[in-house]
Design a protein around this ligand. Structure first.
Ligand code: MEV
Length: 327
């Protein structure tokens, strides 16, 4: 193995899913965009029998949990995920000459917030490790494989949309069969992200939906097909810069997600408040059951209005702009 720089560095985006979460697990295409808030990691060599990982959350929406220290020899989920990532990133899963790694990672995303916190951390850590051990440029496919290994420990059967968006950024159409395809936006998209105040587990929500599906497969499949149609239309609306149509499609997607029992009182309040002050559409984003809601807004003034109204109702949030750019 070639040893590159003595410090490796990696970054990755957080994500919001505009339409198609959960349905994407069952093969439907979903649309996601990378956001500036994400994760950063640095890696260096150390001596020792096992590699170490230090994790910090720096979010203005949640009170920061205590920093986490794990060893790749440990048995908790983060330690197992770190070990899986290292095994995928490093040939044979180990460094030569009894060396180990020290990785420090920080994220501005709230864990369980529906914004791809764990995927962003996985991609940033994988990039830092490969930057250090392989020397740049390293293959993005290797980053994706290592980050997927990390994600699988937390989420069991992830569709891959979170890691793909964390790695690519920008706007993507993603399906299990076709992977990530960049989308060309007809105009910038301005989105408010509201924190429901409750974190949720993607794995639990995905498992709960799978159990629900078993109780009524034909009904589930009808909703799946409907979401597929909404996503197809949303793709056209995004490419045409028709934000009014996109907002309506997001509202319809929210109704179907609520029908799958993925919404909560707080998420419904965030959506209703945003629509009342001029959002074009609003829905939960990510796994639901808590986490975050998003609202598509037509202007900076409406974005400020939504954030103010959310704050008055006790919800934190921020706005993010997804810039139109050539694929
Ligand atoms: C979570 O961000 C998105 C889900 O569709 C799960 C997945 O795609 O792996 C709920």
């Amino acid at each position: 193995m070639m040893l590159g720089a003595q410090h490796g560095h990696g970054e990755a985006s957080g994500k919001i899913i505009l339409l198609g979460e959960h349905a994407v697990v069952y093969g439907v295409t979903a649309i996601a965009v990378g956001i500036e808030r994400g994760a950063e990691a640095s890696a260096r060599f150390t001596d020792g029998p096992a590699s170490a990982l230090g994790l910090r959350v720096e979010s203005d929406l949640v009170s920061a949990p205590p920093p986490l220290e794990v060893s790749s020899a440990g048995d908790d989920p983060v330690a197992r995920a770190y070990r899986a990532l290292l095994e995928a990133a490093l040939p044979g899963g180990a460094l030569s000459g009894g060396r180990a790694l020290r990785v420090d990672a920080v994220t501005r995303l709230s864990p369980g917030g529906g914004l791809g916190c764990s995927a962003a951390l996985g991609v940033a850590i994988a990039r830092a490790v490969l930057d250090l051990t392989a020397g740049a440029p390293f293959a993005e496919d290797d980053v994706a494989a290592a980050a997927r290994a990390w994600e699988r420990v937390f989420h069991g059967n992830p569709s891959g949309i979170d890691t793909a968006t964390a790695a690519h950024g920008g706007a993507l159409a993603f399906s299990r069969a076709a992977g990530a395809k960049p989308l060309v936006l007809g105009c910038d998209l301005l989105v408010c992200v509201g924190w429901s105040g409750r974190s949720s587990s993607t794995k639990e929500m995905v498992d709960a939906l799978a159990r629900r599906r078993e109780r009524d497969v034909p009904g589930f499949d009808r909703s799946l097909a409907a979401i597929g149609t909404l996503v197809d239309n949303a793709r056209l609306a995004i490419e045409a810069g028709d934000t009014a149509a996109l907002g309506k499609l997001m509202d319809l997607n929210q109704m179907l997600l609520a029908g799958w029992m993925l919404s909560t009182e707080e998420l419904e309040s965030l959506c209703r408040i945003a629509r009342e002050v001029g959002a074009l559409g609003a829905k939960l984003t990510g796994a639901g059951g808590g986490g975050s809601a998003i609202a598509l807004v037509p202007s900076g003034d409406v974005a400020r209005g939504v954030l103010e109204a959310w704050r008055a109702a006790g919800f934190g949030g921020f706005s993010t702009r997804v810039r139109a750019r050539a694929a």
